[in-house]
Write a protein that binds this ligand. Sequence first.
Ligand code: GLU
Length: 416
Amino acid sequence: MINEPNRINPIPELLDALVGGLREDTGGTVASYIPELAYADPEHFGLAMCTLDGHVYAAGEADVPFTIQSVSKPFVYALALDEFGLDEVMRRVGVEPSGEAFNAIRLEPGTGRPPNPMVNAGAILTTSLLPFDRILDGLARFAGRTLPVDETVYASEYRTGDLNRSLAYLMSSLGALTADPLESTAAYFRQCSVRVTASDLAVMAGVLANAGAHPVTGERIVSRDSASQVLTVMASCGMYDFSGEWLLRVGLPAKSGVSGGLVAALPAQFGIGLYSPRLDQHGNSVRAIGACEELSARFGLHVMNPVVRKASAVYERRDLSGGIAVRRLEGDLGFAGTEPLTRELAGSPPSALVLDLDRVGDPHPAALRMLDRLVQSLAEDSVPVVVVDHRRRGLLRNAETEFGSLGEAQQYLDRS
Ligand code: GLU
């Protein structure tokens, strides 16, 4: 899965050069408020990128383990969203950027509800909603492998975790935290002590970028909605009190942690994982930030500056005798790819329509609904619509019938 040195593919070389160049930046300091974290090798620097077809590019020390710390927060939030739904989770944890440091003691006046799930108070509350084995198992499912807990870091954080325990007691006294404060913080410390590598983080971010499905195995880890909700909260709150400037300059939903880890995801394109322990004044890894800034600029990754996709999903049109229209579609189908077809068919309806969806991958539910509504309207005007799909996924419920091949569909319409 990890890339082999390759003279032809320019990407490994670009990533190596980027890591090599940034190694010279020795600015920042390794976190030491959790004493065990201070033992990290400050020179370590790893970068990995996971494509949505499951290829992992890795540069530098992408396989050096470290504790995940706050980078766990978005993934545990995703698990909670998946379990309880957005409204229920939002009743307990807000989604407003606090613009403050990760350990800020700021809760909603009156209710004690924490501002968002990316600061410690919000993360402790999110953790309290789930049994710990679900959390550990969920993080492992994101990564696609079992992840160990670093017991030494856990013990170190447990010993020195009074501020987090205070936050939990404060939330408890205000009625926001309903689980036991000591148990909730212990579970949160364990979650932060899960050991990962930059490559793991790239894959985990890849799941979010891939609308909740695992990029390597295809397994669904969280729902499409949960994945997009987490990415949104990462975009607004993921980088401590640097979140606004980060989104402006780098333009990637991301989350950093005090051990020097960082995940970033470009929806529908890839996930990135980084590790370098020296932190800036906001608590973000200096080199990880530098690497993301450079990657974003060089590869054009800003989420608000996407590749413009005007292309219709139709790759072939055939108009047969008798007014039978054949339209063959490909790709994952979103609004922009589907809309031209609806406009065309509404403008000049055929007498019968074959929609070949064989090459359609993972269509967006909204695009499918739109297409199905079109099929329904055509049927109401006595235009039969048949689907071709050798996987027979039954994507369009309003279609008259579905065939495994184009030939069968044509024969059927010729006969009727
Ligand atoms: N476990 C750390 C804490 O709660 C995580 C902080 C972070 O990575 O931002 O202090």
